[in-house]
Every structure is written in structure tokens, then in C-alpha cells.
Design a protein around this ligand. Sequence first.
Ligand code: TMP
Ligand code: ASP
Length: 236
Amino acid sequence: MEKREQLYEGKAKKVYSTDDPELLIVSYKDDATAFNGLKKGTIQGKGAINNRMTNNFMRRLEKEGVPTHYVQELSDRETVVKKVTIVPLEVIIRNISAGSFSKRYGVEEGIVFEQPTIEFSYKNDDLGDPLINDYHAVALKLATWDEIDLIKKYAFKVNDLLKGFMKEIGIDLVDFKLEFGKTSDGTIILADEISPDTCRFWDVETHEKLDKDRFRRDLGGAEDAYQEVMRRLMGE
Ligand code: TMP
Ligand code: ASP
């Protein structure tokens, strides 16, 4: 499978067409942004780590019954995925308070919830990805009720599975963001990535941050943190 035309360049990935109209190739970059692109930088080696880590998770989720866009890893940075139309909702699950939740509600980070929470943001850079509820998403025709119900079901299932995968390697899954897409026949599948860019990972013992918050908050050591999660997950 080979890349043809570049279709899109996002903040962290490029997307290419292939000979097959149903398949795309994504190429992961080392570029890092935060605060809707206001803060820019690079995290050396991030592209390869996020690509390989995402694929590792997607393969395991697929096995456990979550349909995903994953098809084949081509190289360290490049993966063949199913072509989808992205549902313009960021789906955020939280197990522990942190980030915008703590800020919005004026609570400390680290409160362990009795049940996971779910929220949606409207994927729209011009508006700064505002928080949106399911009624608003249906009113704006971003998705149907059936699609939203399925997305919620898959998101909570991903949470249960991913929490388990991370616990095995001594990491608490604090929160994460998922994106879903629709294939040409209308099937909803998990798309985008699952990586330290899109999840908060805290070491179970030390509570050290092992994710993109090291970049967002200028804590230093982002490269080492991404490498550490990769090492625990894949033994390297
Ligand atoms: P938040 O606390 O800033 O709302 O972030 C919640 C989770 O979503 C966190 O794991 C990071 C992830 N996230 C993204 O993947 N992309 C984004 O643009 C933002 C703001 C958060
Ligand atoms: N990737 C997002 C941006 O550039 C934000 C983030 O992950 O914090 O705005």
C-alpha cells in the first residue's frame, strides 16, 4: 500500500489517499500543539510512539469487540486506516478529576470518581472546541440519537478495557478523548488516536504525569514520559 495525494495536514498527523478509495494512510508527526494551536513545539520521537501505541490499543480493542479504523501498520510513523467521515465530536471520558474539569468546577485534580463521566466537545477550531450536550449535537445534525447512543456505549467500553491495559503496567487512566467516524456504509467506528497526546496517564505509585500535560504545562521531560509509557506497554 502506497501514499498517493496528501489530503489533509492536521496538528499532529498528515492524511494521504491510497489506490483503494476506502483506505487512507495516516502519518504521525513529532509536532505538538496546545491551547487550540497557540502553543507550538515538538516532542522528539512522539510520532513513532503515538503511531505504534495507538495501533497496539486499536488491535486489542478490536479483539474485544470495539470496531476501529485500524487496518495495518506500515512503518514506525505510518498506518493504513479505513476512510471515514469524522463525527465532529470530541468524546471525553474521565475517571479522575483533572484539566478543564478541575478548572471549570473549581476542584483539585485527583478526585477519583465512583463512576466515569462522559462529555462532548464540538470539534470546531474557530470556536475553540466548545463543550456541547447531546441535544445540541442532534439539533446541529452532528450525529443522530442512535449514533450518539452507540458512541457512548463504545466510549465506556473503551474506558473499561483501556483502564485495564494501563493498570497492568502501573498507570492510572485519568481521562482521555476519543473520536469516531462513519464508513461509507454508515457504520460508526473508533478513529483517530489513543496516545499520551489524547489521554492523561499518571503513574500508580508516584502519580507522576506520563502524558502531554508535561508539554502543556512546561513541566519538562515529555520525551522521557512518552518513552516510559511505550517501554512499559511494549517492552522497549
Ligand atoms: P481537558 O481536561 O483539557 O478537557 O482534557 C481532557 C482529555 O482530553 C485529556 O486526556 C486530554 C484530551 N484532549 C485532547 O486529546 N485534545 C484536546 O484538544 C484537548 C483539549 C484535550
Ligand atoms: N491538541 C490541542 C491543540 O493544539 C490541544 C491539547 O491537546 O491540549 O489545541
